[in-house]
Design a protein around this ligand. Structure first.
Ligand code: ATP
Length: 328
């Protein structure tokens, strides 16, 4: 046990994701379990800079495990990108007696946490909280499972109307750089085609696939499109393109947008977040710093933040193949 850590701060930063509350709850309760104090920091790094703090006890996090979003609020903070901003943040942490920090967020948040440690020595551990599942060093980020289930539920509903009217739907889902939300939800919802940033299959292949689909007697089609797909066309342009080249199709577009971030977390995300919170606090108590907690093959692991932020997680080729086979 690291005896010098008596108070741990916790914040959520960047885009919110379902399960962040379960992670906060876990960090707070693990801190209490080990007889330490816990400071909740509101509005991410902005709140750290402004000293927007509250002492939490185990009871402060009652009834939040089932709630989406984050009770601590999240923020994007430009000031924290500058060393001066981080110096103020460190001073605020010091004044409040915070000896170590748990940061729950995505790539940017982890980058900021690492800088705070490197410049001022505050021990930090990161927890990957983002629906994109785009962080290296973990099979799953908190929120991904909930997001893909939300998308699947939405596509199931869209399919009902698509098949009633023999329509083709382009459904845009989140994923600027990584297509894991699109690929997993597309396979789960039985999409005909899935367009992801990692692959440019070309518009010809899309047309061929849709022609084949029509010829095989399918009454409706769903194409899942990640925001960052590489066709060079957005979903509305894709609609026009297909209508021009395949007038047989009645095409509609649905952009799912922010609904993908919301909602009550799935059991998977709640359990993952609970495990990650325990691992984060106990790693700090073991004297570790500058690591991100992750899960690999269902085991909790630590990855240096430097490595976690060095790239983006890769798409699963096997799942792409499954999706190809399923769309026959
Ligand atoms: P999401 O994956 O949901 O976008 P994120 O954590 O990557 O989450 P960002 O907006 O990139 O979200 O980062 C959140 C905050 O982290 C920023 O507003 C900023 O305060 C801090 N941050 C991001 N990048 C850096 C950086 N290079 N240096 C210092 N701080 C940073």
């Amino acid at each position: 046990m690291n005896q010098s850590i008596k108070r741990i701060g916790v914040l959520t930063s960047g885009g919110d994701s379902p399960g962040m509350n379960a992670a906060i709850r876990s960090v707070v309760r693990t801190t209490m379990f080990h007889g330490l104090e816990c400071t909740a920091i509101y509005r991410g790094y902005q709140g750290l800079i402004e000293g927007d703090f509250e002492d939490f006890t185990a009871r402060s996090v009652n009834n939040i495990i089932n709630k989406g979003g984050t009770i601590l609020k999240s923020a994007r903070c430009e000031q924290f990108r500058e060393k001066e901003g981080r110096a103020t943040a460190f001073q605020q942490a010091k004044n409040a007696g915070i000896d170590a920090l748990v940061v729950i967020g995505g790539n940017g948040s982890l980058t900021g946490a690492l800088k705070l440690n490197q410049e001022f020595g505050l021990p930090i551990i990161g927890i990957p909280g983002t629906i994109d599942n785009d962080i290296l060093g973990t099979d799953y980020t908190i929120g991904f499972d909930t997001a893909i289930n939300t998308v699947v539920e939405a596509i199931d509903k869209i399919r009902d109307t698509a098949s009633s009217h023999n329509r083709l739907f382009f459904v845009e889902v989140m994923g600027r750089d990584v297509g894991l939300v699109a690929l997993n939800s597309g396979v789960g919802a039985g999409a005909e085609e899935i367009l992801i940033p990692e692959q440019n299959l070309g518009l010809e292949r899309l047309l061929d696939s849709l022609k084949r689909s029509k010829a095989s007697g399918k009454s409706s089609s769903i194409v899942v499109v990640a925001e960052g797909d590489k066709t060079g066309k957005n979903v509305f342009e894709l609609k026009e393109y297909v209508e021009t080249h395949l007038p047989i199709y009645d095409v509609r577009v649905s952009v799912l947008g922010h609904m993908q971030r919301g909602g009550s977390p799935t059991c998977f995300d709640r359990v993952l977040a609970s495990r990650m919170g325990v691992k984060a606090v106990e790693s700090l108590l073991e004297g570790k710093s500058n690591f991100m907690v992750g899960v690999e093959s269902n085991k909790m692991i630590l990855t240096p933040i430097e490595k976690a932020i060095s790239g983006l997680s890769e798409i699963d080729e096997e799942l792409i193949r499954v999706s190809d086979i399923m769309s026959i």
